[in-house]
Design a protein around this ligand. Structure first.
Ligand SMILES: Cc1ncc(COP(=O)(O)O)c(C=O)c1O
Length: 389
């Protein structure tokens, strides 16, 4: 018997391999125009990135360079010590103005924003009502909070109402949902959820990670599109997707932000983002307001690809009028998903296989992620290769 106390990991990893669930770390080069390059200098068309508006390469403003020279790379401390620079403060003001809330707070990532916020809002005496397909960072925040968690069926408002009706004896109640679901690409019925939250005097938190910059007349997200922003108490977002940068944020009332700055442990006990990143995010917040054509192009791409896939039966008919930029092609087993992803890669297309635990067992899929930069011919190429595999 081995005396390495980590020996058991070998068996665990072998178990993952046998189920086609093992992740291998990869590293990618980048081609400025065509995106990721895999080993051997092969350039692939990228359907795997959340840089929905193509901003990641365009935030290189002179202001950012000046910020870098002035503040250096690392912020050096938690925001409550000296990590929160004047650039972070300006970004938070910009965000609050953009999201039409009193205040905003930046976190190191969207993950830490969700985890820290949920655990700061509810505890042992409280209850959380959470959609079964919520992002892992919401699930982890729920666990960390020690509150009772009632999971409602995906987007099922009647089930949510039933659970809410039965959960009356707790100190506080929090409903939490993704607005655009990160893997399924479908949209939560936010107007109906907001109505329920108000009727039951329950806190409502939504995660607009994939919707900010994409939906709504001003790009604020799906709560804007559903015209229910006033009923949302806590909005979480990230700079790492349509905004092309890095970092998470929460937008809401002054009271909420004061409380989070005093109690969200992932805010208090982690080093602040570099000021240069905050500066890049400021440019991104500006660009999504001044350049709506980017999201219009993205959503038009989404409509094109979805309609083509629906017409050949590779995607079910849309349940609603939303053509989102995340297009799931469910194939079932991890084995099928990895094989199809490999076949697409051989044809020059990068589409990741998504397997448990990211999706439920039986729901392995290819997740096609669109960008405003994709051309019609790139999307048609994807459809052609899918048709022959
Ligand atoms: C719905 C959702 N929330 C939060 C996050 C976390 O954001 P970040 O990547 O900034 O940590 C993600 C990222 O995958 C997400 O999909």
């Amino acid at each position: 018997m081995s005396n390495n106390p980590l020996h058991w990991l070998e068996d665990e990893l072998a178990g993952l391999s046998a189920q086609h669930l093992r992740r291998e770390l990869q590293s990618w080069g980048r081609d400025r125009d065509s995106g990721p390059i895999c080993g051997g200098d092969v350039s692939l068309i990228n359907f795997a990135s959340n840089d929905y508006l193509g901003l990641a390469r365009e935030l290189n403003s002179p202001t950012m360079q000046t910020t870098l020279e002035e503040f250096g790379w690392g912020s050096g401390a938690s925001p409550l010590v000296t990590g929160r620079t004047t650039v972070h403060a300006a970004l938070e003001s910009d965000l609050a103005a953009f999201k039409a809330t009193e205040r905003a707070l930046t976190f190191p990532t969207g993950y830490t924003a969700n985890v820290g916020t949920i655990a700061a809002l509810v505890g042992k005496q409280d209850v959380i009502l959470s959609d079964t397909r919520n992002h892992a960072s919401i699930i982890d925040g729920c666990r960390l909070s020690a509150a009772k968690v009632l999971v409602y069926r995906h987007n099922d408002v009647d089930h949510l109402a039933e659970l809410l009706g039965a959960a009356t004896s707790h100190r506080r109640r929090l409903i939490v949902t993704d607005s655009l679901f990160s893997m399924d690409g479908d949209v939560a019925p936010l107007d109906k959820i907001a109505e329920l939250a108000r009727a039951h005097n329950c806190m409502l938190m939504i995660d607009e990670a994939h919707a900010t910059g994409v939906f709504g007349e001003h790009g604020r997200g799906l709560a804007e599109l559903f015209n229910c922003e006033d009923a949302v108490d806590v909005t979480v977002g990230t700079f790492s997707k349509a905004l092309g940068s890095i970092g998470g944020f929460v937008a809401g009332s002054k009271l909420l932000i004061d409380w989070l700055a005093n109690s969200a442990r992932s805010y208090m006990f982690s080093t602040a983002l570099p000021a240069a990143c905050a500066s890049a995010s400021r440019s991104a917040v500006q660009l999504i307001q001044t350049e709506p054509h980017r999201r219009e192009q993205l959503l038009s791409n989404a409509q094109h690809l979805r309609q083509r896939l629906q017409s050949i039966g590779l995607l079910p008919e849309s349940q609603n009028e939303f053509y989102s930029q995340i297009v799931p092609l469910v194939v079932g087993t991890p084995e099928k998903a990895t094989a199809l992803s490999a076949a697409l890669k051989s044809a020059g297309l990068l589409v990741p296989a998504i397997r448990p635990p990211t999706v439920p067992v039986g729901g392995s899929m290819l997740r096609v992620s669109l960008s405003a930069r994709h051309t019609q011919s790139e999307m048609d190429q994807l459809v052609d290769v899918l048709t022959t595999n």
